[in-house]
Design a protein around this ligand. Structure first.
Ligand code: BMA
Length: 317
């Protein structure tokens, strides 16, 4: 393949009318809306979105759509930092970056809880996307980007997350018999020196089972003299042992280029929290842009799988 043909373009195709949700779509005063996680139930798309209130901490709301593109936000938040102990202390600085996973007929939201101790991963369940039952804080501080696998692996629930060790955030996997107690943790992948994901990485969407293994849509960060750039990439994990990487994209699939991705509370950010795989193989990836709005970009399942197995083409000079 001629490497110049893709010059300046992204593999994901942005919806022409992005962003799909901005501050104007929120029916109450707030600071920003970003990082939404989707599910599709009987033809209706639900997006659990992160809203940062004017006071500075985040909570969640639910948006609903018939086509996955035009969303309406419900009049009240659906999940706010808990007012009851012990959750109150754990979530006092907000709840962030929800990721929805369906296991059997239950929906789980893995999210980041924030307190004076830092960031850690929490889990709640919901049946209707309006009411949430908190299950457990499932990690210690200095961990975020938790995503739950949609089925058990070798008899255990599984999750990816991003603990900080040695000042570097790597993606790890942990297992649980009951969603409360977690262990058997193993390293999965690290930032790659020289690449667009050299500075920081984290799981973005809950893993999607494909013919080639577990597809993980992740975010990678490059640090520049002007600050970090958050991009979207793909990695394929072994079906039976997801700690084993079987393929990884060389190039990001989406980089901040549009003004709505470049300019905002945190500029140069494309940050996905989930995707919908349609019956015909189209994939809609929902991502926060510049921590200020929510956007959608399209691709196909085949393209996402191929991206994990690309090899270095001709060297660009
Ligand atoms: C990550 C998370 C996201 C945020 C991103 C870019 O660490 O905190 O919520 O969108 O940074 O600021």
């Amino acid at each position: 393949m001629n490497p110049y043909t893709r010059h300046g373009t992204d593999r994901l195709v942005r919806w022409s009318r992005n962003p799909i949700l901005t501050l104007e779509d929120i029916p109450y005063r707030c600071n920003a809306v970003f990082n939404g996680t989707p599910v599709k139930v009987d033809g209706t798309y639900y997006l659990i979105i992160r809203i940062e209130g004017q006071q500075g901490y985040s909570f969640f709301a639910v948006a609903r759509s018939g086509d996955g593109l035009h969303f309406e936000v419900e009049p009240y938040p659906c999940m706010v930092p808990s007012k009851e102990e012990p959750w109150k202390a754990w979530e006092e600085n907000g709840i962030e970056d929800p990721r929805l996973t369906k296991i059997g007929d239950k929906y789980y939201v893995m999210y980041t809880a924030v307190s004076g101790h830092g960031h850690y991963i929490a889990l709640a369940e919901t049946e209707d996307f309006h009411n949430y039952k908190r299950i457990a804080i499932v990690s210690e501080p200095a961990n975020k980007d938790g995503v739950l696998f949609p089925e058990k692996i070798n008899g255990l629930y599984a999750r990816l997350d991003r603990p900080y060790g040695h000042g570097i955030g790597c993606v790890w996997i942990s297992y649980s018999p009951d969603l409360v107690h977690w262990g058997k943790s193993e390293f999965v992948f690290a930032p790659r020196p020289r690449y667009w994901d050299q500075f920081r990485i984290g799981a973005s969407a809950p893993p999607i089972l494909t013919d080639r293994g577990w597809l993980e849509i992740y975010h990678g960060v490059k640090m520049t003299s002007a600050g970090p750039i958050y991009r979207i990439g793909t990695i394929m994990l072994d079906r039976d042992n997801p700690a084993k990487v079987v393929g990884q994209c060389l190039e990001p699939l989406l980089s901040p280029r549009r003004n709505y991705e470049r300019i905002g509370d945190v500029g140069n950010v494309c940050f996905a929290c989930g995707a919908i795989v349609e019956d015909d193989g189209e994939v809609k990836i929902y991502y926060g842009a510049a921590d200020t709005s929510i956007c959608v970009a399209m691709t196909t399942m085949d393209e996402l799988i191929d991206s994990c197995f690309e090899t270095d083409g001709e060297e660009l000079v």
